[in-house]
Ligand binder design. Structure first.
Ligand code: 0PR
Length: 372
């Protein structure tokens, strides 16, 4: 088949998909990325760090990206390790896999921890103990009550449903009194919190500046403006040794992540995004996203809607009595929505494509739904 015909066939399917540029995707943690980043992704598309010896250039780029992520995670000095993985799910699984291999026997997490934590518990065949929450954040008294030596704790910096930060400093203090493994899931918050801090919106620690924190997940493919698959796992000390597998037919004869073949064009692309935006550029993005979140909060309140919880990051939740019906109706009108049934709320992730005019369009459609 000639190229023109192939393009024609695929155009039809492309048109069926939603695209960030259309301003209708409200509940994703991804957005459209600059053409240069896409170009670099294409250029490096063959790279596979699953067999890194063939790709020493991309390997060097992985180190550079990881170094940048260390800065986001406040890792200072030597003794830190990291890899670019396929996303938050793989990073959370690998962290808990290593913890299990160190001998930690249970996982303690809240109900708002990402569902990949439940997957990890299931795959690793270790019990998951639910820690209570206070308004979406881990309740440290309940944690103290339930914690034993030999536990792994998962704290979240930017929870998936509400975008809140667990009290990680307090959790870290509790952790120091026990033999436990503290993993921080900053898949979303890792590229947000350091900038919100500089902008004066929030004052929290979430990374390696908390002594008990052992591992941190930060995803370039969320607020890092990189194409998927690009997550990361960073660790104090080399936890990857605990999950290394012999792979005799690879040049390096070792494999130290969950996946074998790893699409690593995204590693080069992540580095190009870091160069393109720079620290100040990411801060500008975060500032705009936060301003839009607060604009959304103000406008929804003006129109008589209830905001579930004061946003700490660029995630806003609007309460609805019948949130499933709202979801259905919005989908009918072409919106990509995400709801939190347990909070009876709709979640808007204020990624860069969710602008003030998207908020106004959404409010207009919600008014129409109410009338219908
Ligand atoms: N940790 C946290 C805190 C997350 O929010 C997510 C994903 C993960 C880990 C897992 O990351 P990966 O999906 O990269 O493995 N949270 C998003 C969510 O559930 C994922 C997402 C992204 C969902 C785009 C929908 C979507 O269109 O909201």
């Amino acid at each position: 088949m000639n190229e023109k015909k192939i393009r024609e066939i695929l155009r039809k399917y492309y048109a069926l998909d939603m695209h960030y540029e259309d301003g209708r995707i409200l509940g994703s943690m991804y957005t459209s990325i600059p053409p240069i980043v896409v170009e670099i992704f294409q250029k490096f598309y063959q790279a596979n760090l699953g067999n890194e010896s063939l790709y020493p250039g991309t390997k060097q780029l992985e180190r550079k990206v990881v170094k940048y992520l260390f800065r986001l995670a406040s890792a200072q000095g030597k003794g830190f390790y990291g890899h670019i993985l396929s996303g938050g799910t793989e990073a959370n699984i690998v962290a808990l896999w290593a913890a299990r291999n160190f001998g930690y026997k249970r996982i303690l997490a809240t109900a708002d921890a990402h569902f990949s934590i439940r997957k990890a518990a299931n795959l690793l065949n270790i019990p998951l103990v639910e820690v209570k929450m206070d308004k979406g954040k881990m309740n440290t008294e309940d944690l103290e009550r339930k914690l034993s030596d030999g536990d792994a704790i998962v704290a979240t910096a930017g929870t998936t449903p509400l975008g809140l930060v667990d009290p990680i400093e307090d959790i870290g203090k509790i952790c120091l009194d026990h033999d436990c493994f503290l993993h921080v899931d900053a898949a979303f918050g890792g590229f947000v919190l350091p900038f919100l801090k500089e902008l004066g919106y929030i004052k929290v620690k979430f990374g390696f500046d908390i002594p008990a924190v052992r591992t941190v997940t930060i995803d370039p493919h969320k607020m890092g403006m990189a194409p998927y698959p690009a997550g990361s796992l960073l660790s104090r000390g080399n936890i990857f040794e605990k999950i290394t597998t012999d792979a005799p037919y690879l040049l390096k004869e070792k494999n130290y992540t969950l996946l074998g073949t790893r699409q690593s064009g995204s590693v080069a692309a992540s580095y190009s995004a870091i160069l393109y935006f720079g620290w100040a550029g990411y801060r500008r993005i975060v500032k705009k996203c936060m301003e839009n979140t607060l604009y959304g909060k103000k406008r929804f309140e003006e129109e008589g809607y209830e905001i579930l919880v004061e946003p700490e990051m660029n995630i806003l939740n609007i309460k609805f009595q019948n949130v499933k019906k709202i979801k259905r109706e919005l989908i009918k009108r072409g919106w990509g929505v995400s709801i939190n049934p347990s909070y009876s709320s709709m979640r808007i992730v204020f990624m860069p494509h969710v602008t003030t005019s998207v908020v106004e369009n959404l409010l207009r459609d919600l008014k129409n739904i109410e009338k219908s």
